[in-house]
Design a protein around this ligand. Sequence first.
Ligand code: PMP
Length: 422
Amino acid sequence: MVLTFFMSKKITFDYWKHLYSSRMEGMVSSEIRDLLSLSARPEIISFAGGLPEVRALNYQKLERYIKRSLKTDGDISLQYGDSTGYYPLRTKLIDVMAIEGIEVDEEDLVVTTGGQQALDLLAKTFIDQGDAVITEAPSYTGALNAFKAYEARIIGIPVEEKGIDTRKAEEALKDLAARKIQAKFIYVVSNFSNPSGFTISLDRREKLLGLAKKHNTIIIEDNPYGMLRYGGKALPTIKELDIRGDNRNVIYISTLSKMLAPAFRIGWIAAPHPVLEKLTLGVQSAVLCGSTFSQRIAFEYFSDPAWKENIREFIKIYKKRRDTMLASLEENLSGIAEWSKPEGGFFIWLRVPECLNMKEVLADAVRKKVAFVPGTGFYADGRGTDAARLAFCTETRENIQKGMKILSKIIKDRIKLYKSFS
Ligand code: PMP
């Protein structure tokens, strides 16, 4: 019997420890969760969650779309739907992908309940206990958790400004091959990665694709932020590069969470047809089908060409917030810390001197009403104590300046304290 705290602050006894599946061991809740749950409080300036600025959406139009979804064909909108997704929405999703240079058709997609379910389905489809999967390090926590849930062995490859270190990825693949181990896939967020903010260079995209082909494995390219670019030049997705060739190695996933709103819970996977068949079985066993209602509304949204204006509006807002956070970092932590300078997306990756543990900094910060995510949440092996993910997408520019001042002071005070002891 174990005493646990979970979600609520109630103290309860866990009588069922002996019944849990072994995979739950890999899914331990981190101690930072309690601290981060505080960040949802209104008085906290939160750089923790990557929450899109949904207030920038046109609510009146949304209301119209919802009404139309009920009025014109409520019998469809409220009904079970196709497990591969609401067909008319899939026609819109391929338009969205075409903007990013990816030419596929409606039959090449399966709609999922958010990008998160896409990750879960892919993990369920490919991973057996102990299987090797390659990820960026740091990598998106939700992906690491999905892979860990199926008991994968995660091999984290360091990332740099140009994205995943392809030389190290090659070494890892060679090492696995020498031991006759097949890597199940390589998971990357190609644009403005979560959490690093880095974008994989064209050269490295090509190199990674070549490696996947050579080692007969798959790349899962996750691209939720590709449309949110605030500077620089868009690069072809790895999927596009693959389509130019034999189109065999890349499974592409994306989501409407950042293009529209997370509450719709719509993501999708573009994959070869045999893989899609397996994924569809996965959808059926998990949820039967995604929400027809939200897919119907999203179809309305993407039928109105104004959706592109909305993206431009999002870009305007986030660009200002990114610039504000970068300027605050420069002003407060120049010469003390290092940080990524993302050309898009939601996140900046902060590296502080090794003497600091950002989990401890978080405890101080939350007391002063500022939150962020310590770096350890993005590694499968406990690394990242000297790093943090700062989300610039959520707070106003005033709050970003205020919060960054507070956070920087805590960091500087802790360094001073460390120096006074050493
Ligand atoms: N992949 C990445 C890289 C993400 O950052 C997120 C959300 N933060 C997701 C997938 C999941 O997104 P959702 O389930 O909201 O579509």
